[in-house]
Design a protein around this ligand. Structure first.
Ligand code: DQA
Length: 151
């Protein structure tokens, strides 16, 4: 089972960004932890980051057919990324949205996610562990759905 773990703009700069807001781990460290958890869950996590909305759209279009779900931190595209939103809708994949920071405790414009309405759920403000929790929940739900479909 392949799960896409996608990071949007500026998330390649973690550690150089405000550590009090975004935590102390690099994106590579987070991706390594996500892949380790994926291995423990017997699934494959395919990680991808881009600063460009079109590159994120291309990646989703290319990967959707071979994947079963998406964990995504869209970065600032969360708040206005309609092309990204459409690509996620078109993928027809179940999606969990993750934010390192609590977007509801920050500037008002961050409290609106255009992505959230099409997700199964959102984890916001739990740092890098939010990615791990999102992966665990998504995989558990997919496994439960597969076993219900098979029984
Ligand atoms: C973020 C929150 C966004 O508002 C911001 O633009 C980011 C990161 C988060 O992980 O907390 O780049 O998605």
């Amino acid at each position: 089972m392949r799960i896409l773990v996608i990071h949007g703009p500026n998330l390649n700069m973690l550690v150089k960004r405000d550590k009090a807001t975004y935590g102390e781990k690099t994106l590579d460290e987070i991706d390594a932890l996500v892949k380790k958890e994926a291995q423990a869950l017997s699934v494959e996590a395919v990680t991808f980051q881009s600063n460009h909305e079109g590159a994120l759209v291309d990646f989703i279009q290319e990967q959707a057919d071979s994947a079963r779900g998406v964990v995504i931190n869209p970065g600032a595209l969360t708040h206005y990324g309609f092309a990204l939103l459409d690509a996620l809708i078109d993928s027809k994949l179940p999606i969990i949205e993750v934010h390192l920071s609590n977007i509801y405790r920050r500037e008002e414009w961050r409290a609106r996610s255009v992505i959230a309405p099409i997700t199964r759920g959102q984890i916001s403000g739990l740092g890098w562990r939010g990615y791990i929790a999102a992966l665990q929940v998504l995989v558990a739900e997919l496994k439960a759905e597969a076993s219900r479909a098979g029984s």
